[in-house]
Design a protein around this ligand. Structure first.
Ligand code: BTN
Length: 238
C-alpha cells in the first residue's frame, strides 16, 4: 500500500522526500503549491496553486544503469493518466517533458538519494491561467485544452505509477514502444545542450532505455542519455 501525504504548501515535494530518509517504498508527497519547485538541470519549476505536484519514493536495489528507463516510463505513466482523467493524449519531448500543442504541460525530475532511494517528482500544469512572461510561450495548462478534475487526475496518476512500479521490468518493452511512438523529438533536427556545449544533430530514434539516437552532420552517430535536446520549432527555438 502506498502512503499519501498531502500538504497545502511546501518548498519542494522532492526535497521533502529527500529529508525523510526513513520513508518507505511508495511514500507519496503531494502539495497544492511549492515555493521552491525544482526542475532538471538545476532550474526552478514554477508551482503555483492550480497544478499537480507530487513525488513518490521508489526503493530499488538495482544499479542506476539498469534503471535508465524509469524516467521515460514515468513520462508514459503521466501520459496515460492524463488520457484516463481528461481524454487527451500528450506528446513527449525527450527526455521527459509532456507537450500539448507545442507547449510544455508537465515536467518530471528523477533524483537519486542514497544508493537505493529514487525520488520521482512530477509537476503538471492543470488549471494555471497565466504564466510569467518568460514561460508564456513555452508552457500551457491542461485546462486550456480539456476539462480537468484534479482529484481524478491525481488518482489516475497514482494508479499508473503503481502500474509502472509493478511492471518496471516485465512491461518495459511495451511501455518503451509507447514512449518512442509518442516522442515528438524523433525525426527532427535538434540542438544538443550538454555540459555547456551546443551541437546540431538529427534525432533518428529512441533506444530500449530511452536514449536518444542522433546523427551528426559528419555522419557519425551517438546515443544521448543526458542533457537536453532542443527541438526546432518548439519552445521558441528556431
Ligand atoms: C523539469 O521540467 O525540469 C522537471 C520539473 C519537475 C517538477 C516536479 S513538481 C513535483 C516535484 N517537486 C519538485 O521540486 N520538482 C518535481
Amino acid at each position: 500500500m502506498w502512503e499519501i501525504l498531502q500538504f497545502d504548501t511546501i518548498d519542494s515535494t522532492n526535497a521533502e522526500l529527500k529529508r525523510r530518509t526513513d520513508a518507505a517504498h511508495g511514500t507519496v508527497i503531494c502539495s497544492v503549491q511549492q515555493t521552491q519547485g525544482r526542475g532538471r538541470l538545476g532550474r526552478s519549476f514554477q508551482s503555483p496553486e492550480g497544478g499537480l505536484y507530487l513525488s513518490v519514493l521508489l526503493r530499488r536495489t538495482e544499479p542506476p544503469e539498469q534503471l535508465l528507463h524509469l524516467t521515460p516510463m514515468a513520462a508514459v505513466a503521466v501520459r496515460r493518466a492524463i488520457f484516463d482523467a481528461c481524454g487527451i493524449w500528450t506528446q513527449i519531448k525527450w527526455i521527459n517533458d509532456l507537450v500539448l500543442h507545442g507547449k510544455k504541460v508537465c515536467g518530471i525530475l528523477t533524483e537519486l538519494a542514497g544508493k537505493d532511494r529514487i525520488i520521482l517528482g512530477i509537476g503538471i500544469n492543470c488549471t494555471t491561467e497565466t504564466f510569467p512572461p518568460e514561460l508564456a510561450d513555452i508552457a500551457t495548462s491542461l485546462h486550456a485544452h480539456c476539462a480537468v478534475d484534479l482529484h481524478r487526475l491525481t488518482s489516475a496518476l497514482l494508479l499508473r505509477l503503481q502500474e509502472l512500479d509493478a511492471g518496471l521490468f516485465s512491461r518495459k518493452a511495451e511501455w518503451m514502444r509507447e514512449y518512442a511512438a509518442a516522442c515528438l523529438t524523433v525525426g527532427k533536427p535538434v540542438q544538443l545542450l550538454r555540459a555547456g556545449t551546443k551541437r546540431e544533430a538529427f534525432a533518428e530514434g529512441i533506444d530500449e532505455n530511452g536514449g536518444l539516437l542522433v546523427r551528426f552532420d559528419d555522419g557519425t552517430r551517438e546515443t544521448v542519455t543526458m542533457g537536453e535536446a532542443s527541438v526546432r520549432g518548439l519552445y521558441g527555438y528556431i
